[in-house]
Write a protein that binds this ligand. Structure first.
Ligand code: OAD
Length: 237
């Protein structure tokens, strides 16, 4: 693989697994018998707001009991030390990347510690339970919901992500099953623009065949090794 200058990294639930946050599609990926696809939809929110808010209240509360692992720390080290362009795009709604110190980060699927007003679209930090009907401080509507991108909704920052993919010379996917679009298609976009592609995952993902190289193992072991090798071939200042 040639030495990269411009890197885009996509992370998924697998990077937080060793911190104790269950992945979506692995063992323990069900919540009280509900598949994530049944809870994370606008229709589910409309039909049973108590259930959907309770699901995210539980996930938000669980953040207090987990800490970043070696893979989050390694990416924060890369962010601090990499002199080239770097964008870390996470599908995760936890805050472990930022708690590890990563700054060049986008949460494309929203954030547990944020709330969204469905009436006026304003977003802001939120902690603790978020009951249905919570009132927006901006517009006064009782329409504040978890700031999570549900199935069928447009992920955040897509223009910025597409632009980064178009100029990346290395695209790396870490801990994601490749089951959910548009993130699952990033590897194809990056390839089409000439990027080298690398997957770091416990098992082959759905789109594994699109990657130039797949390294299989736990993120906590693979990511620090990969970051060390990358920092050893820094672009010239
Ligand atoms: P998944 O649960 O679909 O996939 C997790 C991936 O991580 C799998 O490929 C596992 O093999 C891998 N994995 C598990 N443990 C690992 C470890 N210790 N090290 C490395 N890899 C490991 O999660 P995502 O792909 O992130 O959307 O799911 C994508 C989206 O589906 C999520 O963002 C979420 C969900 O619906 C929203 O919440 C909007």
């Amino acid at each position: 693989m040639p030495h990269p200058q411009t890197i885009v990294i996509l992370t998924g639930a697998g990077i937080s697994a060793e911190s104790g946050i269950a992945t979506f599609r692995g063992p323990g990926g069900l919540w009280e018998g509900h598949r994530v696809e049944d809870v994370c939809t606008p229709a589910a929110l409309a039909a049973d707001p108590v259930l959907v808010h309770r699901f995210y209240d539980a996930r938000r509360a669980a953040l207090g009991g987990v800490v970043p692992n070696a893979a989050h720390a390694a990416l924060a080290r890369l962010d601090a030390g990499w002199r080239g362009e770097l964008l870390i795009v996470t599908q995760n709604v936890d805050d472990l990347h930022e708690r590890a110190g990563t700054r060049r980060l986008l949460h494309m699927h929203g954030e547990l510690r944020s709330a969204l007003c469905a009436a006026c679209g304003s977003r802001g930090p939120h902690d603790g339970p978020l009951p249905p009907g919570s009132v927006c401080g901006g517009c006064g509507a009782g329409a504040v919901r978890p700031d999570i991108v549900f199935f069928g909704e447009m992920p955040y920052a897509m223009e910025r992500i597409e632009a980064a993919l178009a100029t990346a010379d290395l695209f790396v996917s870490i801990g994601t099953s490749g089951a959910v679009y548009p993130a699952a298609g990033f590897v194809q976009t990056a390839r089409a623009h000439g990027a080298a592609t690398l997957e770091l995952n416990l098992a082959r993902s759905a789109g594994s065949g699109w990657f130039d190289e797949s390294r299989l193992g736990a993120a906590g072991a693979l990511v620090p090794d990969w970051v060390d090798s990358l920092l050893a071939v820094q672009p010239l200042p």
